[in-house]
Design a protein around this ligand. Structure first.
Ligand code: PMP
Length: 427
């Protein structure tokens, strides 16, 4: 292990983030559990950062991958591809976007890049509205719109980005507002920012619940209120569903559905869970918008048959077993249990979330100051107790992130909560 770590350090970039003082090498998984190279077993509450959405080693996915790989692993989008058409039909029908077209990529980053290319081409503008504290990926355009500076390593950008409030309340004047007042203030901020834009703005891109930013939810309906303002100028709404899609939030299949009063987004991007760990990303948009590009474009590996076969098997399992409903039920119990545990702990500012996307924000006891050191210590202690969780929350990284596979059982939720309680008390 140490040897592998030394080799990792010697050959990979310093900025490739690693968890834990003694980094983990995971070698296999089953259900909601993973094992490391030393044989230690962990309950997985971070699922490859929300990618393992059904379960580790789900037999249907393993079989679909093996069957397809045994026939042919890869062809090209230059040829007809049955599993790609099958999966596109399923996603188009689920997307809520009328006359939907689907384009597959290999990552969430590339999906957002494509969405931005569509929006800027369609609108003839490179001005983008994005949310403060947001995260949208790691390509040049994606970091250019990412509001969370801890994950945006360059200030150069091919886009002009204007940041607006709404994704996170923070600790400033917005913190004390009611949901209605907050929505009103954010709409006023949006109008103010738009007033400063030079000429037309192409699109607003937003995560319905900020993921890397610390699982912060705006009030339901915020993006519907934004939509009214955007519609006045024909500005498009891109919903980045890379973390919130596929039932993760329990209440909805997509995060945008908590903001649906004025219809679906113009463009939706997805990735992570759809392939249960296989590299699938994608973009959904109505035909007129998707087809606004007038030059050819392919993605060599986007829509590759092996990944599409995995996606189909995974999506079928997710829907047939109502894992969205499970996320709502088990997530509801888990958040209640965590709230009860944390009510007695002075270092916890808030337990928040929806479905199986739960954040625990830590502060220095007796203050409102983010406690990054405590978050790191809880992460280590949880690992020692046999539980993997994540952290996030803007540049402070003081939010613990809990996002298990959506098949989590009640017993596993209770076990994880108990380990987390120990870790919170000991750290
Ligand atoms: N958007 C969001 C909301 C994300 O959380 C992520 C990944 N954390 C991305 C985009 C980028 O996805 P990928 O890492 O697959 O490129």
């Amino acid at each position: 292990m140490t040897d592998l770590y030394d080799r990792h350090r010697a050959v990979l970039p310093d900025w490739l983030a690693l968890y834990y003082g003694r980094p983990l090498e995971l070698t296999h998984g089953e259900g909601r559990h993973v094992w490391d190279a030393e044989g230690n077993k962990y309950l997985d509450f971070f699922g490859g950062i929300l990618s393992t959405i059904t379960a580790h080693a789900l037999p249907e996915v393993t079989k679909a991958v093996a069957d397809q790989a045994g026939r042919i692993i890869h062809t090209s989008t230059l040829y007809l591809n049955r599993p790609m058409v099958d999966l596109a039909e399923r996603i188009a029908a689920l997307s809520g976007i009328p006359d939907a077209r689907v384009f597959f990529t290999t990552s969430g980053t590339e999906a957002n890049d494509t969405a931005l290319m569509l929006a800027t081409a369609y609108r003839g503008s490179n001005q983008i509205l994005a949310m403060r504290n947001s995260y949208h990926g790691r390509s040049f355009t994606a970091v250019g719109i990412t509001g969370n500076r801890a994950w945006s390593p360059t200030s150069l950008s091919p886009l002009q980005t204007l940041y607006v409030h709404g994704g996170v309340r923070g600790r400033g004047p917005y913190a004390a507002l009611s949901d209605a007042e907050f929505t009103e203030a954010c709409v006023a901020d949006l109008r103010d920012v738009l007033g400063q834009a030079r000429g037309g703005v192409a699109a607003l891109i937003a995560e319905p619940i900020q993921g890397v930013g610390g699982f912060t939810s705006p009030p339901d309906g915020l993006y519907a209120a934004f939509r009214e303002v955007l519609d006045e100028q024909g500005i498009l709404w891109i919903s980045d569903e890379v973390q919130t899609g596929l039932g993760r939030t329990g209440d909805h299949f997509w995060g945008w559905q908590a903001h649906a009063q004025n219809g679906p987004p113009d463009i939706l991007t997805f990735a992570k869970g759809i392939g249960n760990g296989m590299s699938i990303g994608g973009v959904v948009a109505r035909a007129e918008l998707m087809n606004c590009l007038d030059a050819n474009s392919i993605s060599t590996f986007g829509g590759s048959p092996v990944t599409m076969a995995a996606g189909l098997a995974n999506l079928t399992h997710l829907l047939e077993h109502d894992l969205q409903g499970n996320a709502r039920r088990v997530g509801g119990l888990l958040i209640e249990r965590l709230r009860a545990i944390c009510a007695q702990l002075p270092g916890v500012r808030e337990v928040r979330g929806r479905g199986l996307m739960i954040g625990i924000e830590l502060v220095r006891p007796g203050t409102d100051e983010p406690d990054q050191a405590a978050a790191a210590a809880v992460l280590e202690a949880a690992r020692d107790g046999g539980l993997l969780i994540g952290k996030g929350g803007g540049h402070n990284t003081s939010v613990l992130r809990v996002a298990p596979p959506l098949s989590l059982t009640v017993a596993e939720a209770e076990e994880g909560a108990s380990i987390l309680e120990q870790a919170l008390r000991s750290a």
